[in-house]
Design a protein around this ligand. Structure first.
Ligand SMILES: [Zn+2]
Length: 134
């Protein structure tokens, strides 16, 4: 993929978190570090997006999901704004873990039938292991 195309795609993926600097910066570092087939998988899905959780009245989470297109379920990664206050290592881990769920379509991976273990294992392969301390 040409670099200018990649920059434009990453810019679009960052647009949902653009107003929270810490999360935007972590997400950009992670997206640019992922294997190209992962980025291409996300870009091939017109429903894929990354957003911040919106808190409504009474701090209840309220998300406005895109309607699924075709037979595939809409994939989106929702990040909590409070992640901005986490350590870099924990923030990066959480973001990579959520992207791994999206890439794995919330399923298992190889020997990992538990989807949480699968997301942790893939995030670790990508360079973002679960930190010892949060
Ligand atoms: Zn998870």
């Amino acid at each position: 993929m040409p670099q200018t195309d990649l920059d434009a795609h990453i810019g679009r993926l960052l647009s949902g978190v653009s107003h929270v600097d810490e999360i935007r910066i972590s997400l950009e570092i992670i997206l640019r570090s992922l294997p190209v087939e992962v980025i291409e998988d996300f870009l091939a899905d017109p429903t894929f997006r990354i957003d911040l959780e919106q808190l409504g009245q009474n701090n209840r989470s309220q998300m406005f999901m895109a309607a699924p297109i075709g037979r595939d379920v809409s994939r989106c990664v929702i990040l909590r704004p409070k992640l901005r206050r986490a350590s870099d290592a924990f923030r990066n881990y959480v973001i990579a873990h959520e992207l791994a769920h999206a890439f794995l379509r919330n399923g298992g991976w190889g020997q990992y039938t538990d989807r949480e273990e699968a997301a942790d294992a893939l995030a670790a392969i990508w360079g973002y292991p679960r930190p010892e301390t949060w």
